[in-house]
Design a protein around this ligand. Structure first.
Ligand code: 6R9
Length: 657
């Protein structure tokens, strides 16, 4: 683990002027009473009942928080509910059946709108279809689909019948898919023939086929025909066409299965500190409560809004804030299939304009790209429908923050810089847009009911301005329930570092470094473990190193992130080969194809630097920290702990080539 005090380089301290939310925003905000912080603190954990009231429960819970098996907390113990019922049926029943639920923006010009009734009908048919294939309650269904309506439909169909879903990002490789299906013993797969990216047709089915071949279990596959004539495909044994299958269940309805609050809603694989992805398990009651509440209190979503989170459903942001949060509140959620710069760099603003989007939520990597492209693109469109902007996934430094505020928000939309993780399920640190001042560069205080603390190596609180480790000192409803691989790894990964099990005191460690100011505003600095945050994708350095080490001729590899000038993080790979390499280009391309097939193209390094040796401590540990400083062009600290200090100069000059 890294000392967080070396991390100040990545995010400049908040320097910009503070901004207050405009009165026009405050007066209409879902939450605008500053007392909410004190009330939640005084009444914790019962305060979370206020959030649970946003849902409809089949049976109300007996206890808000059951701590007997900490850190295996049970939220809303004894309660029962169904997530698909909460996202669909209750809106249909309350006279809002013709309200738009999903507005899909496909490849240029292609759009589809699903009312709540439409969505209800197709989710029911899909649920009936899944049952007919043999899916039972608690069977894990893997969904490997791009941003098409069938993706949230399949998720809600799973939720309806109590089958946890495991959505695998469509851009991941066949190997990555089969690893995840294997880990979850998943025997059902929903995928498609292919999808469009920047106007080109990509084959998805061939990746899915290769994944299934690798598995020991038999798999039933359902294939959505997305590309039609653009990419003809044939169906094999155990494969069904999605639309043909659904036709067999035309108009059929399926009673939503009442799930225990603690029953698993889904598993989401994410990168951890080892090469093995972690299966983060979320429970139905706590997760749905948490995402509905934060959608209401932080994203300020109203049922009559058109809301757009421009993320991919294949990651947690899309699960929580494209699908479950907004649909639980009965709003219209926009689903966008394409890229931000195709056919032109004003594509997103054109969609905001045409749909009169009220709330827009995206990632700093996108905001930095918009800034680079220039204000002429947002200026081409009427963005006056926007009321609130959000940012998630990485630290956002003051300059892009101000640009976003001025050129997208016209200077009068509050911005919420929301810190959270796959494991937190929902937003944990952010300003409340109807209550708090904004400080560009700082995410904000802990949300009401959350206790985020920045601590030193011994768990003691750090002084304001000092860097430390970001922890959550109290449980919260959206918290990871356990890891699919097992309870031991769950305790090890998140709780061991700062807890005192003897005293039954449990503190969650996020893996991030942060700083806190006098007002309790937290600036997140970045990961202190072996996870790289790359344009909103969480990647494990160990996983990439593993893929490189699998390449013929490679002896060892170390992968680090480079984040110069608060710009996008890039992957730098330092590689030593088994023997002298005459044809570096050939090894380089073998390394690249190994990474592509193990993880996917998103994990390809920006630079692969060959070196005769990697810098190592006397005990033989690779000093990644030092390589990180080399990649970032930092001053190198003390290299005396190295067994081979002479290698450093060589690596530095090779890095500059
Ligand atoms: C939601 C999501 C989690 C990691 C997290 C942190 C980084 C997320 C951030 C942020 C600074 C923010 N992160 N939001 N860093 N400011 N507002 O991104 O989940 O993919 O699990 O990544 O992302 O490093 O630990 P996930």
């Amino acid at each position: 683990m890294v000392d967080p005090n070396g991390w100040d380089r990545d995010v400049s301290a908040p320097t910009g002027p503070q901004h207050s939310p405009p009165d026009s925003f405050v007066s209409q905000a879902n939450v605008s009473d500053a007392d909410v912080y004190a009330t939640f603190e005084d009444t914790w954990p019962e305060c979370w009942e206020r959030a649970a009231e946003l849902l409809e429960w089949d049976r109300s819970y007996d206890t808000v928080l059951e701590t007997a098996d900490a850190p295996f907390y049970r939220w809303f113990d004894g309660g029962r509910l169904n997530a698909s019922y909460n996202c669909l049926d209750r809106h249909v029943e309350s006279g809002r059946k013709n309200h738009a639920a999903i507005r899909w923006e496909g490849k240029h010009g292609e759009t589809r709108t699903y009312t709540y009734r439409d969505l209800y009908v197709e989710v029911n048919e899909c649920a009936a279809a899944l049952r007919s294939l043999g899916v039972e309650e608690d069977d894990v269904v893997t969904i490997y689909l791009p941003m098409i309506p069938e993706l949230p439909i399949a998720m809600l169909a799973c939720a309806r019948i109590g089958a946890p879903h495991s959505v695998v990002f469509a851009g991941l490789s066949a190997d990555a898919l089969s690893t995840r299906m294997d880990a979850a013993s998943s025997e059902y797969l929903l995928t498609c023939d292919g999808y469009y990216r920047r106007g080109d047709a990509f084959n998805q089915k061939s990746k899915a086929d290769n994944a299934v071949i690798d598995l020991d279990q038999d798999v039933e596959t359902v294939v959505v025909d997305r590309l039609g004539e653009d990419l003809p495909h044939v169906l094999g044994e155990n494969e069904r066409d999605y639309h043909e299958l659904l036709e067999e269940f035309y108009g059929e309805t399926v009673e939503p299965v009442s799930r225990d609050a603690d029953d698993m809603l889904f598993v989401m694989y994410t990168s951890g500190t080892t090469g093995e992805p972690k299966g983060v398990v979320h429970a139905t009651g706590g997760y749905l409560t948490n995402v509905a509440w934060t959608s209401h209190a932080v994203l300020d979503i109203k049922p009559e809004d058109t809301y757009w989170c421009a993320a991919d459903i294949g990651w947690i942001t899309g699960h929580s804030y494209i699908v479950y949060g907004p649909l639980a509140l009965g709003t219209t959620t926009v689903l966008y299939e394409g890229s931000p710069d195709y056919p032109d760099r004003d594509r997103l603003w054109e969609i905001v304009d045409r749909n009169a989007v009220d709330v827009f939520y995206t990632a700093p990597t996108a905001i930095r790209a918009f800034m680079k492209w220039g204000e002429e693109y947002p200026n081409r469109h009427d963005l006056s429908s926007l009321r609130l902007l959000g940012s998630v996934g990485e630290p956002i430094s003051p300059r892009p923050w101000e640009w976003y505020h001025e050129h997208v928000g016209n200077g009068d939309c509050p911005i919420v810089d929301t810190w959270w993780q796959t494991e937190t399920g929902g937003i944990a640190v952010s300003t409340l847009p109807g209550v708090d001042e904004m400080k560009p560069g700082a995410a904000g205080p802990s949300l009401p009911g959350i206790d985020a603390r920045v601590v030193g190596a011994g768990g003691e609180p750090v002084e304001p301005g000092q860097a430390g480790y970001l922890t959550l000192a109290q449980p919260w409803p959206g918290m990871v329930k356990t890891l699919y691989e097992g309870d031991d790894r769950f305790v090890e990964e998140y709780w061991r570092r700062f807890s005192d099990p003897e005293a039954d005191e449990w503190v969650y460690f996020s893996g991030d470094a942060a700083r806190v100011d006098e007002d309790g505003y937290i600036t997140v600095l970045g990961r202190v473990d072996d996870v790289i945050n790359l344009a909103g994708h969480r990647l494990s350095t160990m996983e990439i190193e593993g893929a490189i080490a699998d390449t013929d001729g490679v002896a060892e590899a170390a992968v680090v992130g480079r984040t110069a000038d608060s710009s996008d993080t890039e992957i730098y790979a330092y590689v030593s080969t088994e023997r002298r390499v005459d044809d570096e280009a050939a090894v380089r391309s073998r390394i690249e194809s190994s990474i592509e097939s193990a993880i996917g193209p998103l994990a390809l390094p920006e630079a692969i630097v060959f070196t005769p040796e990697l810098p190592k401590t006397r005990s033989g540990k690779i000093l990644r920290r030092l390589l990180e400083d080399v990649a970032n062009g930092e001053e190198l600290g003390d290299t005396s702990a190295l067994r081979n200090p002479e290698i450093v100069g060589e690596i530095q000059s090779a890095s500059r080539e």
